[in-house]
Design a protein around this ligand. Sequence first.
Ligand code: FMN
Length: 357
Amino acid sequence: MSWPDTRLLDLFGIELPIIQAPMAGATTPEMVAAVSNAGGLGSLPSAQYSAAALQDALALVRGATTRPINVNFCCHTMPQADPVGQMQWRARLAPYYVETGLDPAAPLPTTGRAPFDAEFCTIVESFHPEVVSFHFGLPEPALLDRVKNTGAKIIASATNVSEALWLAERGVDAVIAMGYEAGGHRGTFLGDDMATQIGTIALVPLIVDAIALPVIAAGGIADGRGIAASFALGAAGVQIGTAYLRTPEAKIPALHRRALDEAATRETAVTNLFTGRPARGFVNRLMRDLGPLCPLAPAFPTAGSALAPLRAQAEANGRDDFTNLWAGQAAPLTREMGSGELTQWLAEQAQRRLPSQ
Ligand SMILES: Cc1cc2nc3c(=O)[nH]c(=O)nc-3n(C[C@H](O)[C@H](O)[C@H](O)COP(=O)(O)O)c2cc1C
């Protein structure tokens, strides 16, 4: 296969310009290996793992593929404890506790995501992934230098031109242009205004014009049409998430899989209710009741604790009222397929629509 732009293929040492998006809570080592073995770039998200569990997962990936892989980290700052904010959030949720017979004052489990730190950095240094990607900005300079010194290529998400310039100035090798259509957490890290977020079709050429690095289009791409369009906009490749949720290798709750099956009749919206940070997912009861963006939701990643008991109880009754069902706007375009097969199919479908080289 030949591609209109081979910069990413050369940069990462891959055959197909398709990156399987890292998806915390859904991606498995099996998915990563299947995509890399098919010629794309499989991405393992660290946010779902402790340091020890990440090492085990990486060992599984390395045992199943010798091809390049990407390891993904989040770069948020953990918030200060906010007991008053948490109390207000619990008070807002209390009627649901009463409705379901749960004690609104019961102690809550801790939920959260660990940001990139020295311990994760040591794992990068020992496993030498070919690519490391960051979400929510970049780590502090000393840690970033350590990652660069491993020889890993560095990529990171930008949701506007300012973020792309910020990343380019700090020496990343390519920028992921994450349009508003994308599933999961917005990568936004300079400001937090959801009203000004940009769609992929405008964002990709804006970033292509602003920086001299290869740009990876992400958000709303789920078939060959989206990939061919991304190249037409100047992208050198794509990062695809939601389409990989419908593979057997994705580890998601049955309720989430059902929502994806019913995507044609469900809508997605960007919401901060489940973690405290805006992310796109299928609309459910909590989003309808509180509105998808609610100022009462505590800071990322702490909003989920107070929802955990409600979620568990509803899920036991087959309901997704309090479950985060991350998905992008192109969810209805997706189809069930193995991760390796999907990677190949996406590439073939794109080839049919790209001008012959
Ligand atoms: C279930 C889910 C989880 C995600 N988790 C992460 C993550 O851990 N790290 C990350 O960088 N991006 C994450 N994302 C965003 C993806 O990297 C990617 O930008 C997005 O899926 C692209 O849009 P699409 O879903 O329309 O293909 C996630 C997306 C989804 C759907």
